[in-house]
Design a protein around this ligand. Sequence first.
Ligand code: AHR
Length: 309
Amino acid sequence: TTLTLAAAIGISATANALTVGFAQVGSESGWRTSFSESVKAEAAKRGITLKFSDAQQKQENQIKAVRSFIAQRVDAILIAPVVETGWQPVLMEAKRARIPVVILDRNVSVTDQSLYLTRIAPDFEVEGQRAATWLTENTQGKCNILELQGTVGSSAAIGRMKGFNDTIAKFPETKIVRSQTAEFTRAKGKEVMETMLKAEGGGKNICAIWAHNDEMALGAIQAVKEAGLKPGKDILIVSVDAVDDALKSIVAGEINVSVELSPHLGGPAFDVIDEARAGKKEFEKWIRMGGAVFTQENAAEELAKRGAK
Ligand code: AHR
């Protein structure tokens, strides 16, 4: 009867019975929260039982969560890794237990690629390149930059930094004068920017802030204002994620550009799990997510499209 009923209302019995563990980084940013919400909503829509773990930006918490998912014999595990290294042992444990793993967002650095089905993520390097391209095109290739890095050792920080630095390397008068991590949070973004601006004599010779995510950019904006300067005008603000708050800030003229990172990774992740359960063996190792670049020209239109409040 259950099967017949499931078929009658269009739910696959396999998907219905699934229990999936999700080892999430934390809730450090608006983007991360949207990502968690989207995975939870997608699981609910598909009748999947989701075991959700917030690691509070600590890899050891994530590893513990994955071990606990293995002990509970979940059907599949999603991991959004805090940092790239240190994953091989626990992924081997999952493989031995025959539990498929899908990597979301940041990458893992492992020698055995068969330890996970696939990774669903954007190209962080391209995000950095796009941010730097906007900046060099809008500053005639002359700019002193303060950089707020994301979490040290995370692919998002590593890739964005590389893409940005490779692009500005072609412009000898565009340089990063200070660079420090603010761990992808708004509070740290403000705190680190206050220190940087003080060290730079108030920031008069600074042309731009390059923040590895919107959350840090929004914190930095407060520090710029408190230093008596206008964000978006006296100091350009370049960022990544394109969360609603950042788009509003673009409309208000305070952030100049934000490169979009879609938080909707849940749907493609559950599709991969379904395909694996249906017998598919070979997956592309990287399913790439794209995104737009938002500026004064298109931010309002995008907010309306999203129905943002
Ligand atoms: O790994 C993706 C990054 O992590 C997002 O850009 C940032 O907002 C989050 O904390």
